[in-house]
Design a protein around this ligand. Structure first.
Ligand SMILES: [Zn+2]
Length: 316
């Protein structure tokens, strides 16, 4: 199981990386409108990845269709970014208009996310017992906001997540209802509500804007000090950009992972830490083999260690 999931991830990652590199190369060489090529490119990637996914996992055609839907959904935000970037490149712009445009885009994406998930993965209201747990937890954590709970179907995202700022929503994959006990579900809900209470979505938006605000001038500065032209599209400029981008992306992921640990610790204070640990073990096992493009969550071992350590410190 370990080996096959490693091979699976390796194939999916390499394929995605090769296609991504191909796309960047085509963009630089031929300077097509990225809104058009971006859209074609991502549809091709989605189709190819879902075909490879179903071939590797030896799944039926209807399941392949489901995974296509999942991949389409997870790429939808990229379509938006490309179209937005392409259209806005024709408008007069400078660093600050770009920054504000990015803010608008992020805001749209963050709020479109729950609507998309609801529409694309059969969103429905939770059963009565879960709604009660959710309301209980909200009261316990002193949350007065209008955050709601929805159930969704997905064969790839076997998890719970928080989306939306205008209409914040905690989503739980339907499969979790049979996988987890009521107490484990309570812990998972507490974790998502901790994200909500901590304003983590706003933080992620802030981090993204910060990266843009740091990366753009830094890139321009290094390129011009090296006597290169950013427009030349030379391999050196491209490599430099990739190195800088990966560096800032790593910093971004470290910040995000810290928020995950924090949400775990808050959830563990409002629920039984053992339930949270058991839920995490089951969730990690269920998403074993599913492709995750960015390691936004710490490893299972680390999360369990943090929860246990914090619990020891408090409990003595
Ligand atoms: Zn989380």
């Amino acid at each position: 199981m370990e080996n096959s999931s490693l091979l699976y991830n390796l194939v999916i990652y390499s394929l995605a990386a090769i296609l991504m590199a191909l796309f960047v190369l085509i963009e630089i060489r031929y300077k097509f409108n990225p809104a058009v090529t971006g859209l074609i490119f991502f549809i091709a990637v989605t189709l190819l990845l879902s075909l490879v996914d179903s071939a590797l996992r030896k799944r039926s055609r209807s399941e392949a269709l489901k995974s296509f839907k999942d991949f389409t959904f997870s790429y939808f935000e990229f379509y938006l970014i490309f179209i937005f970037a392409a259209v806005s490149s024709y408008l007069p712009h400078n660093f600050f208009t770009d920054l504000s445009a990015m803010f608008v885009l992020l805001f749209v994406i963050v709020n479109l996310f729950p609507l998309m998930l609801d529409a694309s993965s059969g969103g429905k209201d939770p059963p009565q017992y879960l709604r009660r747990i959710f309301e209980d937890m909200k009261a316990k954590m002193d949350i007065k906001g209008n955050v709601r709970l929805r159930i969704f179907e997905s064969s790839l995202m076997k998890t719970a997540l928080l989306g939306g700022l205008i209409r914040p929503t905690v989503f739980i994959n339907e499969d979790l209802l049979s996988m987890l006990s009521e107490d484990e579900l309570r812990s998972v809900i507490a974790h998502e509500l901790a994200h909500y209470k901590g304003g983590d979505l706003i933080r992620y938006m802030g981090y993204t804007l910060l990266i843009y605000a740091v990366l753009t001038p830094l890139f321009k500065f290094i390129v011009s000090s090296a006597g290169l032209s950013p427009q030349s599209g030379s391999v050196t400029v491209l490599l430099l950009f990739i190195i800088l981008f990966l560096g800032t992306l790593s910093a971004f992921l470290i910040l995000i992972r810290r928020k995950e640990v924090r949400a775990d610790l808050i959830a563990a204070t409002y629920t039984n830490p053992e339930d949270l640990i058991n839920a995490l073990i089951k969730l990690y096992k269920a998403s074993e083999g599913a492709p995750s493009f960015l390691p936004t969550h710490p490893s299972l071992e680390k999360r369990i260690e943090f929860i246990k350590r914090a619990n020891r410190d408090v409990g003595g």
